[in-house]
Design a protein. Structure first.
Length: 131
């Protein structure tokens, strides 16, 4: 992971974060959960075990991947759960915030067209520190 995805060679911190984000957005194939189910998987399971053909997962697995990789860089990511739907009593989407060089950076790799810093609209938000 360090060498192949993050690229610990000569990349700057921002380039490493971008590489992590792009991998999660473009290489982890989005597969939504079935109604009433939620899968939580570690990094290895997301990349190799949930689907032996390719890395797969929903917003939770993509966020776990991003947070784990950012942690490998010594950063302190946070999970962010948001409620986007009216008249429900649950959060329906998860992404990662992380302080990087003094700026809180949003990393939401689920929407295919998103870039680092893009954030979806929401009704309410819960930030959960990991470290």
């Amino acid at each position: 992971i360090n060498r192949e995805i993050i690229g610990l060679d000569k990349r700057s911190l921002n380039e490493k974060v971008e590489a992590i984000f792009i991998y999660a957005r473009d290489k982890i194939v989005y597969e939504p959960e079935l109604d009433g189910f939620e899968t939580v998987a570690d990094l290895w399971s997301c990349l190799y075990a949930l689907n032996p053909e390719h890395a797969t997962g929903d917003c939770v697995q993509k966020s776990i991947f991003i947070a784990t990789c950012l942690g490998l860089l010594g950063l302190k990511p946070q999970f962010v759960a948001i409620q986007q739907l009216k008249n429900v009593d649950y959060f329906n989407h998860v992404f990662v915030n992380c302080p990087i060089d003094g700026t809180l950076t949003v990393l939401d790799a689920t929407p295919e067209n998103f870039r680092v810093g893009d954030e979806l609209n929401f009704i309410s938000k819960l930030v959960y520190p990991i470290f």
